[in-house]
Design a protein around this ligand. Structure first.
Ligand code: NAP
Length: 298
């Protein structure tokens, strides 16, 4: 199977490249094809003629999107539209990565795939708009909504907590937003299975279990063995440009329909710690550059 991945240089993209074997991959970052421009997107898709396109490229800085909503729309909505149009022309199937932030967070039970989108920040709006437009352009599109990504090879919440906790006796973390942490390695495996199953429609895909950011930080510190104390606080003490939904837990029912079961997020942290250390070692090695590392993974 020929597969083209947009966003291959990102946190999830790197995990997809590491996990995906046995198929013919074309891996693209923004330097190879800026999805805001239709021409390079058309060209790379027409040349690769993929059976599947995985669209993991996005402007993911939630506060940055709030400050610059036009950039959010141009990448996350109209960039996705460019990829969907190219997919239709090349008769490729399309898997689009979306987010729990398409919901407003006013519920207190897990969101199912058929519940109304009602985003409360610019990032969520740009992804919700994309979802709607992609369904019109490419009716067989598979939309995979995920949340709270973490994994080796980039900045993410556990990485930040480990760095801060290693130099402080006490840290404060917000305890009024609840969601599902998702390990990129597990998400990548699920995406590969969904493509191989010919998935269509909306699928919610996260690790099992939910927590607040405070509970997530507590577990990271506990499993790492650091002596730091984690204390709960509230979002109003850390005002940021973008509002976050207070509850964005995604139901696993749509994923189990494809026979995919994700392990509890707590069980992924040990592997994450080990891979995080080995990717630090790779970067510290004088004979390995970041470019070399990416080339080897491709
Ligand atoms: N991170 C989360 O917590 C989270 C939660 C829910 C959903 N998601 C979704 O999951 C997907 C993957 O997220 P991630 O955390 O892996 O993202 P990431 O690490 O921020 O990486 C973003 C990727 O998008 C590419 N990109 C950005 N602007 C682009 C443009 N104009 N043209 C082409 N490529 C562009 C980047 O390419 P370069 O690096 O080459 O510029 C990079 O490969 C995204 O769709 C995101 O919305 C993420």
């Amino acid at each position: 199977m020929r597969v083209t991945i947009f966003g291959a240089t990102g946190l999830l993209g790197k995990a997809l490249l590491r996990q995906w074997s046995g198929d013919d991959l074309t891996a693209l970052g923004s330097a190879q094809a800026d999805i805001r421009n239709s021409e390079p997107v058309e060209n790379v898709v027409a040349n690769a003629k993929p059976e599947w396109i995985v669209l993991a490229a996005a402007y993911t800085d939630v506060d940055g999107c709030e400050i610059n909503p036009n950039l959010a729309l141009s990448v996350n909505t109209y960039g996705a539209v460019n990829v969907a149009k190219a997919a239709v022309r090349a008769r490729s199937k399309l898997l689009f990565i979306s987010t729990d932030y398409v919901f407003d967070g006013k519920k207190n039970s897990p969101y199912e795939t058929d519940e109304s989108r009602n985003p409360i920040n610019a990032y969520g709006k740009s992804k919700a708009e994309a979802e709607g437009k992609l369904c019109e352009i490419h009716p067989q599109v598979c939309i995979v909504r995920t949340s709270w990504l973490f994994g080796p090879g980039g900045k993410c919440f556990p990485d930040t907590i480990l760095k801060i906790a290693s130099s402080r006796k006490q840290i404060e973390v917000v305890n009024d937003q609840r969601g599902c942490p998702t390990y990129t390695v597990d998400l990548a495996s699920a995406i590969i299975r969904l493509c191989r199953s010919g998935a269509e429609g909306i699928v919610h895909c996260t690790n099992a279990g939910d927590c607040t950011w405070y509970e997530f930080a507590q577990e990271i510190v506990r499993q790492s063995g650091l002596p730091t104390t984690v204390r709960p606080t509230t979002s109003d003490k850390y005002v940021r440009p973008a509002e976050r939904p207070s509850y964005s837990v995604l139901s696993p029912l749509s994923l189990s329909a494809y026979g995919v079961k994700m392990r509890p997020w707590q069980e992924t942290l040990g592997q994450y710690f080990a891979l995080r250390m080995s990717s630090h070692d790779e970067l510290a090695s004088p004979s390995t550059t970041v470019g070399d590392e990416k080339a080897q993974k491709r």
